[in-house]
Design a protein around this ligand. Sequence first.
Ligand SMILES: *[C@@H]1O[C@H](CO)[C@@H](O)[C@H](O)[C@H]1NC(C)=O
Ligand SMILES: *[C@@H]1O[C@H](CO)[C@@H](O)[C@H](O)[C@H]1NC(C)=O
Ligand SMILES: *[C@@H]1O[C@H](CO)[C@@H](O)[C@H](O)[C@H]1NC(C)=O
Ligand SMILES: *[C@@H]1O[C@H](CO)[C@@H](O)[C@H](O)[C@H]1NC(C)=O
Length: 242
Amino acid sequence: MSWKLAVLVLLLNVVIIRTLDNGLARTPPMGWMQWQRFRCNIDCVNDPHYCVRFYVAGYSVMGSFLNKTGRPILYACSWPVCMGKNLIIGDYGLSETQQKVQMGMWAMMASPLFMSVDLRNIDPRAKKLLLNKQVLAINQDPLGKQGMRVWIDTTGTLEYWTRPLMSNGSYAIAILNTSDYGMSRHINCTLKDFKLPSANSYLITDIFGGENLGKFGLSDRIVLQLHPTDIFLATAVPMSFS
Ligand SMILES: *[C@@H]1O[C@H](CO)[C@@H](O)[C@H](O)[C@H]1NC(C)=O
Ligand SMILES: *[C@@H]1O[C@H](CO)[C@@H](O)[C@H](O)[C@H]1NC(C)=O
Ligand SMILES: *[C@@H]1O[C@H](CO)[C@@H](O)[C@H](O)[C@H]1NC(C)=O
Ligand SMILES: *[C@@H]1O[C@H](CO)[C@@H](O)[C@H](O)[C@H]1NC(C)=O
């Protein structure tokens, strides 16, 4: 079969039928998915009758049947989650920033990741992204709490997300701009905007930039430029002022 060249990171939607602590999927599953088995055509422009949109109904129906068994089942199906708008649907090729957004939001949401990519000719930058240890660490954080959107602007295209990490008061924070046109956006925010608790100042590390941005109190300004459909992902580790 012909492999599509584009790197495609599929985020899985997981329906957990019943909450229980049996050790199953305590941290998000990760893996590589065989395209041929889980055929998942997302090209709704050129192939409208067989693209993934049409799988969604089946997914829900299957889910309700599984639920009727009354057994605890972790049920996952490959189905791209559209964060914001059209990040995956309609195109095999994702821009670099879109791939960053997928990786970053997958980490914030503690979502299982199944990548589907031709590993024989994976783009080096995409590979680096998929292997980013700090993003993976956020995703696999043992506290297992999902990130929450804590703020959205009036146009609905700029979002702040916060995810508690570990149990030592660390957080992952993300700024997401889902708009795909225009110029870079000037961001000027504080940790207060991310609803972090006020006891400490935080050491901020830019995850994709791989840069330590320094120590920030809750009211200190964080100023940065965010490109269209881009994400700023950082960890905030509490430090004492002393
Ligand atoms: C499963 O069934 C229960 C009981 O009927 C219902 O409350 C729940 O919403 C269902 N969950 C899903 C994911 O359909
Ligand atoms: C809390 O956990 C983070 C993530 O593992 C770690 O980097 C940090 O040093 C820890 N902070 C404290 C105060 O223990
Ligand atoms: C997101 O970025 C685009 C392009 O940089 C910009 O036009 C838009 O205003 C930004 N979003 C918001 C909410 O401002
Ligand atoms: C950020 O916002 C604050 C408060 O509105 C303002 O005083 C400061 O000049 C701004 N800084 C930049 C670089 O935009």
